[in-house]
Design a protein around this ligand. Structure first.
Ligand SMILES: CC(=O)SCCNC(=O)CCNC(=O)[C@H](O)C(C)(C)COP(=O)(O)OP(=O)(O)OC[C@H]1O[C@@H](n2cnc3c(N)ncnc32)[C@H](O)[C@@H]1OP(=O)(O)O
Length: 537
């Protein structure tokens, strides 16, 4: 009941990392200096850790880490608690809600606390203690105080295994990992999903790179429990080493992956290995989840929330004027890019459709008409003398060399027409232009825009959409996609990502979010760019 208000008051002071150290019954008023003692790793301690991480979830600025060194499982090893533990971010402030009867800031308990903290952890040399004044009334929630129960001692094991994607390490991961640490006596083996195991994940292009996920994971683990051995390995199938490692004794699973635990055991028996103890963890519900998101805290919901936001700040582009602000909108064939362009147009942007400009350039008298006939011959002409784009499409989408021959002619022509269209939009008073160009990045047109926005859709879905829309075969839809960059390559070069996989209303919410954030950026840029104007008024 007290955790939420304590976290709320801590969140006002802490900018980044909040370490939490449990020490029930810590006496700060006596004459002797208190020392750290072991707490048994019980089911109640696990519940408390779980509640703490989920209560902290509303404070997105906080990276909470519950320190586990003084929570002891059945391990025989005699860890010495008197040694000082290094932390990756040496604490600068020690927080407590402990108050003396007169409630003053200058109570002696604060010095005791500072000494206690420096005895346990390597703190910043100028560590200070700060008294919190949590608003317990507010966080009370009418939850009756649970009767004090110690719970049962966790059954710990020498070697424990757990698996996951561990994308954007969040509170549910931290709960899972903390329980794994409390269950492990010697070694924790962690299988981290990589390569083909990520193929069916929602918004897989936004999954952090493997090395980054592993770095965050190991930094967290080494911080909260440095005494364990951590084996972090990539897994490309759902089992990884859990079905071959003879030393393993226990597997930790969530309610969702319970069946996975059972199949690991079947496989182990087939491999002549002992079955593992399956320890199941309850999923934590996400208080911030929206209608279209899962109820549990999940990485895919976190990835969803990134859609429409600025993932990478745009580099300043000196080769184009600051206004109008030009967004390069790109995305694979069938990604729903055109529908996004329409929605942006409805919000006030001038949309320049580069496919259409391409078509315009092929018209008799257009800049690409003669060069295309010179390059591809008269068999790409219709009887009326116009260029038969379907005939060209058949030639170029199945042959990279032919496609290059075409784009060498037509891209410069489209680029010229696009620049003229931007100038026209500026003359019309438009402040935002959207350059809708499927292969903007392949064409190296990043220097024609201020930001790059990319629309992604899983390839399977794109193939179905192209077949239905253009009446082409599956192979030809796949060929077209193969002649473009992959989603991941595009995402790596983009500032904002959008996805049209769900209902139109969801797309519209993304667009509004992206548009509002864009307006804020443009506004901010213009107020930064004109300081003299500001001081004048
Ligand atoms: C830098 C740019 O993004 S400019 C805009 C893209 N245009 C080009 O690259 C010019 C070369 N392409 C063309 O001239 C034409 O696409 C042609 C002649 C090959 C075919 O013309 P059409 O049959 O009328 O097809 P259309 O122009 O509508 O293109 C069909 C699809 O292929 C995509 N496409 C177009 N050019 C390319 C290309 N160079 N590489 C890969 N895909 C391409 C289109 O974006 C469109 O995708 P969509 O499913 O998102 O709508």
């Amino acid at each position: 009941v007290r955790l939420a208000p304590i976290l709320a008051s801590a969140a006002k002071i802490v900018q980044d990392t909040l370490y939490v150290h449990f020490q029930p019954g810590l006496l700060l008023t006596g004459s002797s200096q208190p020392s750290s003692t072991y707490i048994p790793a019980t089911t109640e301690v696990c519940k408390l850790i779980s509640k703490l991480y989920s209560d902290a979830d509303v404070h997105s600025n906080l990276d909470v880490r519950v320190l586990l060194t003084n929570i002891k499982n059945q391990s025989n090893s005699q860890q010495i608690l008197s040694s000082v533990q290094n932390l990756s971010h040496p604490p600068e402030v020690v927080l407590t809600d402990f108050q003396t009867s007169d409630g003053g800031q200058y109570n002696p308990a604060k010095q005791q606390l500072e000494r206690y903290a420096t005895n346990c952890y390597s703190c910043h040399p100028n560590l200070i203690s700060v008294l919190l004044y949590p608003d317990y009334e507010q966080g009370d929630d009418d939850i009756p105080e649970e009767p004090e129960s110690e719970g049962t001692l966790l059954q710990s094991h020498s070697d424990v295994v757990v698996g996951g994607t561990f994308d954007r390490l969040h509170s549910a991961h931290k709960i899972l990992l903390s329980v794994c640490c409390l269950l492990s006596e010697k070694r924790l083996l962690i299988g981290v999903a990589d390569k083909e195991l990520l193929d069916n994940k929602i918004l897989k292009e936004l999954i952090e790179p493997f090395d980054r996920r592993v770095d965050k994971l190991s930094q967290f683990l080494v911080d909260v429990k440095p005494s364990l051995n951590y084996d972090i390995v990539p897994i490309t199938d759902p089992y990884g080493p859990s079905v071959t490692d003879p030393d393993l004794k226990c597997i930790v699973v969530s309610e969702e992956t319970h069946k996975g635990g059972q199949s690991v055991n079947r496989r182990r028996l087939e491999n002549g290995l002992e079955e593992l103890d399956v320890h199941e963890i309850k999923l934590v519900s996400d208080p911030k989840h929206s209608e279209n998101e899962e109820e549990k805290i999940s990485s895919s919901s976190l990835r969803n929330r990134l859609l429409g936001t600025l993932l990478k700040p745009p580099a300043v582009n000196p080769s184009i004027p600051p206004r109008p602000y030009v967004i390069g909108l790109t995305g694979g064939s069938g990604s729903g890019k055109s529908s996004i362009a329409k929605r942006l147009e409805a919000l006030g942007a001038a949309v320049i459709d580069c496919d259409k400009l391409g078509h315009q350039s092929y018209r008799p008298g257009g800049p690409a008409y003669e060069p295309v006939i010179d390059e591809f011959g008269t068999d790409v002409l219709c009887p009326d003398g116009s260029i038969d784009r379907r005939a060209i499409a058949r030639k170029v989408f199945e042959n990279k060399d032919q496609l290059k021959r075409l784009t060498d002619i037509v891209w410069p022509a489209i680029a010229e027409l696009a620049k003229e269209a931007v100038e026209e939009a500026a003359a019309d008073g438009k402040s935002v232009c959207v350059l809708d160009a499927a292969v903007l990045l392949e064409a190296g047109w990043d220097n024609m825009v201020h930001e790059i926005w990319t629309v992604v859709i899983p390839e399977k879905e794109a193939v179905v959409r192209i077949m239905n829309r253009d009446g082409v075969t599956e192979d030809s839809a796949k060929n077209r996609l193969a002649s473009q960059m992959s989603n991941s390559e595009r995402v790596a070069l983009s500032n904002v990502i959008l996805c049209t996989l769900w209902e139109p209303e969801i797309t519209q919410i993304q667009i509004h979010k992206a548009w509002d954030l864009l307006q804020q950026r443009i506004h901010q840029n213009s107020s930064n760019a004109s300081p003299s104007l500001k001081s004048k008024f």
